[in-house]
Design a protein. Structure first.
Lengths: 402, 234
């Protein structure tokens, strides 16, 4: 018995039953396409999240945000109590804090001649580059004297550059933020879009003192980022900050916080649950559709076994052993499912590519998903083929030929 | 070639009552014989054919094929025998649809351990006069041509025993004649042929006629002068 010959023959047989083969292929096609889509988009989204969390938090840092309540989800109490003084006090009293930078934000119109843009304007200090970890790719950040004297200087993101300057060199040029003229002294590193869909390149960084005095006219801050010493215990630092801020804000024991502290481990927790959704639950849903496809294949194949009884009987009569019949039906089912799966991988990858481009996730790597698609459609094909193959092999040649 | 001794075959009907399809059948067929087994439907002739072809096993009695007792054969060995030593021809041809004549003829080679199968299918088709029809599908062939494809399939592994179950049952006179001419030619070249039919005229082409009734052989006699089927059709 020549097994390769039989396998070739079985694959050929599928071409002679185009309708059935087509329906069987659709099942695994859809399942594998869905699987490829969610797995490759999931991987890209996860990579993007990790990068973002790293941008926001680095190795060991905290954020303090004005207003109480929960950070992630749920309404937050509007807070207008957090000030730079609070941060200075924390910096002095908590030795584990190595550096910090307060931030005040404002969304406003930016103009240069006839070109306008609505940008997020962030007021930060001379420690901004170090604490927030976003370097200037051209020019440089302002120094402490610029902050002290509230100089009207700005670093702008790439989107702002494109909107206001096109192909011109923005360095040293003047722009109007609100109605106040600023001089461009640097261009910020490109960061792309964050998960909320915010374009992080449509940002402008100016000295916080200038922002407060010239644009917002308030002395409270939106939040601050604090860098801890690598050896610091996060829990203790958070506790110390809590005590200091509650005391400074004069909160009684029964009053809730009017600020929130976001730690790297909290973000990690959220990341873990998002990762779970991306890499476990979504693929699971896709896998269920593949399973449904497998059941369809199996059912069609079982029906085909009864329909092809005479063929099975004939094969037995001309010398096929039960194993040969079993192998034939197993190969037919698996080859079909696999072919549908391969087509599904290609289609799923195209979808993933389009989806990732739409969501600014960067490139999607197809190999992991392709391998998964091939393996899973083969496994589903083998499983779907078991029952029909068994039925075909068990068929008595005498009954089959009758 | 064939030695049947006291063969009984009992089936159990779906209702549970046993039916004797064959009762104590003994039959001996020598090498090179051309035997017709005649009987009405339900007489047990198909059951006898299935046992001869190793598709079914007797409930009682012994079947020796070329001197070997078939009772001891494993399923895989039986399949091997069917593949190499026995060729089957059926009333309804049993050709695979949407499959060329050549691919149909080569089907037994799929289950053969021959190293080289090149040219065997074409040779078999040529031997039944269909060398110019190898790429045709069954739906593109007449009934007689389809049965000749089926005969070529039975011949492709060069077996020395051919079993034909009502091979002319679905054919017109002309085609039946062609098929019988092929069988006579094959018999002349040394093949043993057992042919089941209910048609006395077809049976009269054979050298010997065994009549089967209600599961038993009731008559077994030589044909003094077998009818010669016309060869010119080929």
């Amino acid at each position: 018995m020549n097994t390769m010959r039989l396998i070739n023959h079985s694959a050929e047989m599928m071409g002679r039953h185009k309708v059935r083969t087509g329906f069987m292929m659709i099942g695994s096609f859809i399942g594998v396409a869905a699987l490829t889509l969610v797995v490759s988009v999931g991987i890209a989204a996860e990579r993007k999240l990790v990068k973002l969390a790293h941008q926001m938090f680095g190795e060991s840092s905290l954020m303090i945000i004005d207003g109480g309540g929960h950070m992630m989800g749920g309404p937050r109490n509007p807070g207008t109590r957090l000030k730079i003084d609070d941060l200075e006090a924390i910096g002095k009293q908590v030795p584990e804090i190595e550096s910090w930078d307060a931030q005040q934000g404002l969304t406003t119109s930016v103009r240069r001649g006839d070109s306008t843009d609505i940008a997020q304007v962030l007021g930060e200090s001379e420690r901004s580059e170090h604490v927030w970890g976003r370097p200037a790719v051209q020019g440089a950040y302002f120094d402490d004297s610029a902050v002290k004297s509230s100089e009207r200087v700005a670093l702008i993101g790439q989107t702002v550059v494109n909107q206001l300057f096109g192909n011109e060199d923005p360095m040293g040029q003047e722009i109007q933020i609100g109605s106040v003229p600023f001089r461009v002294i640097g261009i910020l590193e490109t960061w792309g879009t964050d998960p909320h869909g915010m374009d992080r390149d449509n940002e402008i960084v100016v000295p916080i003192s200038t922002l407060m005095r010239r644009l917002t006219n308030v002395d409270t801050i939106t939040g601050a980022k604090l860098l801890m010493a690598p050896s610091a215990q996060e829990v203790q630092v958070v506790k110390a900050i809590n005590t200091i801020l509650r005391e400074r804000h004069g909160l009684a024991a029964n009053q809730p916080n009017d600020f929130s502290i976001l730690t790297a481990s909290q973000v990690q927790e959220v990341m873990t649950s998002i990762k779970k959704i991306l890499t476990l639950y979504l693929p699971l849903v896709a896998a269920i559709s593949l399973l449904a496809g497998g059941i369809v294949s199996s059912t069609l194949m079982v029906a085909s076994v009864s329909e092809r009884a005479a063929e099975i009987g004939l094969r037995r009569a001309v010398g096929a052993r039960t194993e040969d019949i079993r192998l034939q039906f197993l190969v037919e089912t698996t080859a079909t499912t696999l072919a549908g799966g391969v087509a599904g991988i290609l289609f799923g990858y195209v979808l993933a590519h389009m989806g990732a481009a739409h969501m600014h996730l960067g490139s999607v790597a197809p190999w992991g998903a392709a391998l998964l698609g091939i393996v899973s459609s083969t496994v589903v094909g083998l499983a779907a083929g078991l029952l029909p193959a068994q039925r075909a092999a068990r068929m008595s040649p005498v009954d089959a030929l009758r | 070639m064939i030695e049947l001794n006291g063969i009984t075959k009992t089936y159990t009907r779906p209702g549970g009552e046993p039916v004797n399809a064959l009762i104590d059948v003994s039959l001996q067929i020598d090498d090179g014989e051309f035997v017709a087994i005649v009987g009405t439907s339900g007489s047990g002739k198909s059951t006898l054919m299935n046992i001869l072809g190793l598709l079914d096993v007797p409930s009682e009695g012994s079947y020796r094929l070329r001197g070997e007792d078939t009772a001891g054969l494993a399923a895989a060995a039986q399949a091997q025998w069917r593949n190499k030593r026995i060729g089957f021809v059926f009333q309804t041809f049993h050709l695979l649809p949407r499959t060329s004549a050549l691919d149909n003829v080569e089907l037994p080679l799929l289950y053969s351990d021959r190293a080289s199968i090149r040219g065997l299918g074409r040779k078999a088709l040529e031997s039944v006069g269909l060398g110019d029809r190898i790429a045709h599908r069954p739906s593109e062939l007449s009934g007689g041509q389809q049965q000749r494809v089926a005969i070529a399939r039975a011949l492709v592994n060069e077996p020395d025993l051919l079993l034909a179950d009502e091979p002319t049952g679905n054919l017109d006179r002309q085609s039946a004649n062609e098929v019988m001419a092929i069988f006579q030619a094959l018999n002349k070249s040394g093949r043993t042929i057992v042919l089941v039919t209910h048609d006395a005229d077809i049976a009269s082409h054979c050298q010997r006629i065994a009549r089967i009734e209600r599961g038993g052989i009731v008559a077994d006699q030589r044909v003094a002068e077998p009818k010669i089927a016309l060869q010119d059709a080929l």
